[in-house]
Design a protein around this ligand. Structure first.
Ligand SMILES: Cc1cc2nc3c(=O)[nH]c(=O)nc-3n(C[C@H](O)[C@H](O)[C@H](O)COP(=O)(O)OP(=O)(O)OC[C@H]3O[C@@H](n4cnc5c(N)ncnc54)[C@H](O)[C@@H]3O)c2cc1C
Length: 390
């Protein structure tokens, strides 16, 4: 097992935080994961119970309702969440993206109404950006919002939205169409309260993140009060872009955790599984696989920490976050693939966590910017030429 106490990069406080979180997740949560995954359910008491560790908006200031945690601290938390259960990390990530948007753009009234219960773990939330025809190309989104009296009228469809069908609150990105010349327009964030706005939601069955409710949301003349605009009209795309590096750090850190879990399980299995009269750990080919897993996991962790440090220094961290996300997401799935090989037939069994880790690590290369998009971002920074729209 990854020895928490020997992690020399951490301060005393960070080591304590990590040990406490790891203890809670591994004893209170890990034994329940298989049961929830089997029925596609989730333990909604968890976000509230994890709040005290900083998992819900812990990175916000104390005035905003957080604990002032650094990005480095947050990456540690997300690594532990990823070690335990990818659906938990993804759910916390969505809640934190929403918390970040509310804290930075919300009015005092919006914060009192939505941020406070969100940070208490009492409010489930979705963030809707992707559409059926616009995934990587966020700026092309077609969902429309037209002002009508005291409301905006929304028409369009959002796709692959985490927890969309069950959450009480959504943050919807839609393009405001001006009724008259000179009116404010452009991609805008709206607070969509399930109690106020009528829309249809359909759960999508996916290979990954089976305990999140991945959804398609359809808005047909759906009315959202104008007071639910979050930030300024036309400011939505900028706020999405501002939150992207934070999301990438979370996915990358979660991928490192999943890789570490796959490595730990493989070491344990290789030492106990016997073939040809000896533990399979004694065979050089098995040791090679375990060593490859270790090298990739350690390298990914260092890239994640470099990205977190860049954000903590106040740098935009775009290059560091993209490199970390690109490498860690791919490395985690390669590690999980090797882990499956070490486990032989047992690796495919739903009775064993490797099967879930293998599926969920495949997922990390798509959300928060696919591997191709991260490559284009890094290439643009290195070469000074954008290959996005050639
Ligand atoms: C389980 C899950 C949960 C999700 N949760 C959310 C959520 O909560 N909210 C939300 O808004 N979205 C969510 N998403 C959507 C996710 O962000 C998108 O799937 C992702 O951005 C990619 O978009 P796409 O699926 O439309 O793929 P596309 O953009 O259609 O890409 C298809 C392929 O083309 C490649 N590609 C695209 N453009 C280029 C280019 N210029 N050059 C080279 N290659 C390119 C991509 O890398 C990919 O390989 C979720 C997705 C999944 C799978």
């Amino acid at each position: 097992m990854f020895n928490l106490a020997e992690d020399a990069d951490l301060t005393h406080e960070q080591r304590l935080l990590r040990e406490n979180v790891a203890h809670f997740l591994r004893h209170e949560v890990a034994p329940t994961v298989a049961g929830y995954e089997a029925k596609g359910g989730f333990d909604w008491s968890l976000p509230g119970r994890l709040r005290e560790y900083g998992y819900l908006g812990g990175f916000l200031t104390e005035e905003e309702g957080g604990f002032g945690l650094s990005h480095f601290d947050y990456a540690l938390l997300m690594e532990e969440a990823g070690y335990c259960w990818h659906s938990l990390r993804a759910t916390l990530n969505t809640m934190n993206m929403a918390a970040l948007l509310l804290a930075s753009l919300g009015t005092a009234e919006q914060k009192a109404r939505y941020l406070a219960p969100l940070l208490a773990g009492d409010l489930r939330v979705w963030v809707g950006i992707t559409e059926p025809d616009h995934g990587s190309n966020v700026a092309g989104m077609e969902t429309r919002a037209r002002r009508d009296g005291d409301d905006y009228v929304i028409n369009g469809t959002k796709m692959w939205i985490t927890n969309g069908a069950i959450a009480e609150l959504g943050i919807l990105m839609a393009r405001v169409v001006p009724e008259a010349e000179g009116e404010p327009a452009g991609i805008t964030a709206f607070l969509v309260d399930r109690g106020q706005t009528s829309y249809t939601a359909r759960r999508l069955e996916t290979m990954i993140l089976r305990s999140t409710v991945t959804s398609e949301l359809s808005f047909v003349d759906a009315r959202v009060p104008a007071g639910n605009v979050l930030g300024e009209v036309g400011e939505g795309l900028r706020s999405i872009l501002r939150g992207l590096n934070f999301g990438r750090l979370s996915v990358a850190a979660g991928a490192v955790g999943a890789a570490q879990a796959a490595l730990d399980l493989s070491i344990e299995y290789a030492k106990t599984r016997r073939q040809f009269g000896k533990p399979i750990a004694s065979y050089q080919l098995i040791q090679k696989m375990v060593v490859d897993m270790k090298v990739r996991t350690d390298a990914a962790r260092q890239l994640v920490r470099r990205a977190a440090n860049a954000l903590d220094r106040g740098s935009p961290g775009r290059m560091e976050c993209s490199v970390a996300k690109l490498y860690a997401a791919q490395a985690a799935h390669e590690v999980a693939d090797l882990a499956l090989q070490v486990h032989g037939g047992m690796g495919y069994s739903k009775d064993y966590p490797i099967e879930r880790i293998f599926r969920d690590t495949r997922g990390a290369v798509i959300p928060e910017g696919t591997s191709e998009i991260q490559t284009l971002i890094i290439g643009r920074d290195l070469l000074g030429i954008s290959a996005f729209s050639v």
